[in-house]
Design a protein around this ligand. Structure first.
Ligand SMILES: *[C@@H]1O[C@H](CO)[C@@H](O)[C@H](O)[C@H]1NC(C)=O
Ligand SMILES: *[C@@H]1O[C@H](CO)[C@@H](O)[C@H](O)[C@H]1NC(C)=O
Ligand SMILES: *[C@@H]1O[C@H](CO)[C@@H](O)[C@H](O)[C@H]1NC(C)=O
Ligand SMILES: *[C@@H]1O[C@H](CO)[C@@H](O)[C@H](O)[C@H]1NC(C)=O
Length: 435
């Protein structure tokens, strides 16, 4: 055969398989993924990390069309089973999906969380408070003089309400109005502060030995860490989402992939499922799920960093209600679809808008808990240039209102996504779905 024809055939071969395309020389190291999917393709076959597929610029994030608030559409997410999607807001783009989980799935997720055990949800604020307490205690050791406003506390009679010659825990509670002691031993002021010698009661003799400044600092700390006064009050557990996940969670992954129309790798690289229990007074005041800062690396791709060195890059939140709550426990979005918010008003972290104990029902969107319902919303826009994670949608401000009666169980799936700058970085959660 003519050598020229052979050459042409060879060139055609190279072109067909994209071998001449320089974008294959991806950066070395911790790659986000082998870019294997077309925009519309959810079921990529790129499970092996050393397989090279198509060009990386094929991958883009997508958002479902919300159309308008109140719009209803149906999606077949499992064979023969259609799910109703109700657009509840356009900013943030938010869908309510009734019966997204079956009762059995809800119960199963709760039992998984109970099995591994829940522990208090602590945010850095609480840690900060503890450090503040320690500092206040040290200061009180070196200077026990009370502030003028606290001088009334020096009088034993203001504490000893029933005049039996002792101060007990209940009296400590009432002396500091609004500081509600709970049955939780953590709130046993006298014992915790080691003020008791007998029966948890304090006599006037013992009272005179108290470092009152210390006692007051300790009580102020307890008040701030109590259910009513903390920013967030709940218990939580994390359920692994990877190949060790059980069959119920695996089936849920498939449903989420179909729902969000995002590539498998996004779901696979997302955070563990957070299961949260809110008991009486439990709540989580208004906050963002995703970070506001730009130009800070994403936490899910940089496991050694902690905010504020990294930012939380949660493209989507899917919140599942796992039970029916007797009263309270709504999810509130104070500024949903508010196109005239003055963000300056909200710069003060103490702004009443954030306090859902006060502001729950003033919120623009309030979704009461209903077992099996999922709420899905987009925390971030899509960056127009890269098609990857864009700016935070600040209208996504939200939180969980006080549980008034009963308890509330929810679960969260946060679907993290890369930015233009981090598209080659693998998520630290991505250890594969299958072996
Ligand atoms: C001790 O604390 C009191 C009350 O806070 C304050 O007025 C006073 O200046 C402090 N004294 C010293 C020596 O720091
Ligand atoms: C503590 O005090 C508050 C108000 O002063 C009161 O409502 C509450 O019932 C008290 N708690 C206990 C356990 O007595
Ligand atoms: C929220 O408001 C309630 C009711 O006024 C108040 O007791 C609580 O301390 C506030 N919480 C925070 C975190 O500011
Ligand atoms: C939007 O938010 C502002 C606070 O910045 C508030 O004053 C206003 O009433 C809100 N408007 C709507 C339509 O919710």
């Amino acid at each position: 055969m003519n050598i020229r024809i052979l050459l042409v055939l060879f060139l055609l071969f190279l072109l067909k398989f994209d071998i001449l395309d320089s974008t294959h020389q991806t950066k070395k190291g911790n790659k986000f993924w082998e870019p294997c999917f077309e925009e519309e393709e959810n079921f990529a076959h790129c499970s092996s990390s050393d397989k090279t597929c198509a060009k990386d610029d094929h991958f883009k994030l997508v958002r479902l069309p919300g159309m308008r608030t109140g719009h209803v559409s149906w999606l077949e997410l499992e064979k023969g089973r259609k799910y109703k999607l109700i657009t509840r807001a356009m900013r943030p783009l938010l869908f309510e999906i009734p019966s997204f989980l079956s009762d059995e799935e809800c119960d199963h997720i709760i039992s998984l969380a109970k099995k591994i055990g829940l522990y208090p949800s602590v945010i850095s604020r609480d840690q900060f408070r503890k450090e503040e307490l320690e500092k206040a205690m040290q200061e009180a050791d070196s200077n026990a003089t009370l502030d003028a406003k606290d001088s009334v506390a020096q009088d034993f009679n203001t504490w000893d309400i029933d005049k039996d010659g002792f101060i007990d825990n209940l009296e400590v509670n009432s002396s500091f109005n609004g500081f509600v002691l709970s049955a939780n031993p953590k709130f046993n002021v006298i014992n915790n502060f080691q003020m008791s010698l007998s029966l948890g009661k304090v006599s006037s003799t013992l009272f005179r030995q108290w470092n009152l400044k210390k006692a007051l600092s300790y009580m102020a700390y307890l008040k701030k860490s109590s259910a009513q006064h903390s920013f967030r009050f709940s218990d939580q557990a994390w359920l692994r989402q990877d190949r060790t996940a059980d069959h119920v969670l695996r089936r849920l992954h498939e449903r989420i992939i179909k729902l969000t129309k995002l590539p498998r790798k996004i779901i696979q690289g997302s955070e563990d499922m957070q299961v949260v229990r809110y008991q009486a007074f439990g709540h989580y005041h208004a906050h963002f799920d995703s970070g506001l800062e730009l130009n800070t690396p994403c936490c899910h791709q940089n496991p050694s960093l902690r905010p504020p060195q990294c930012r939380i890059c949660r493209f989507i939140t899917i919140l599942y209600y796992l039970n029916d709550v007797e009263q309270g426990g709504e999810t509130a979005f104070p500024v949903a679809d508010n196109f005239t918010v003055k963000w300056k008003d909200l710069e003060n972290a103490e702004a009443v808008e954030y306090n859902l104990s006060i502001n729950c029902h003033a919120a623009n969107l309030v979704i009461p808990p209903k077992k099996g319902t999922a709420i899905m919303w987009y925390n971030n826009f899509i960056d127009a240039d890269s098609g990857l994670l864009g700016k935070l949608d600040r209208n996504s401000l939200h939180g969980g209102c006080d549980v008034i009666k009963g308890e509330k169980w929810i679960a969260n799936n946060w679907l993290t996504a890369p930015t233009e700058n981090s598209k080659y970085l693998k998520s630290s959660y991505d250890v594969g779905f299958s072996d």
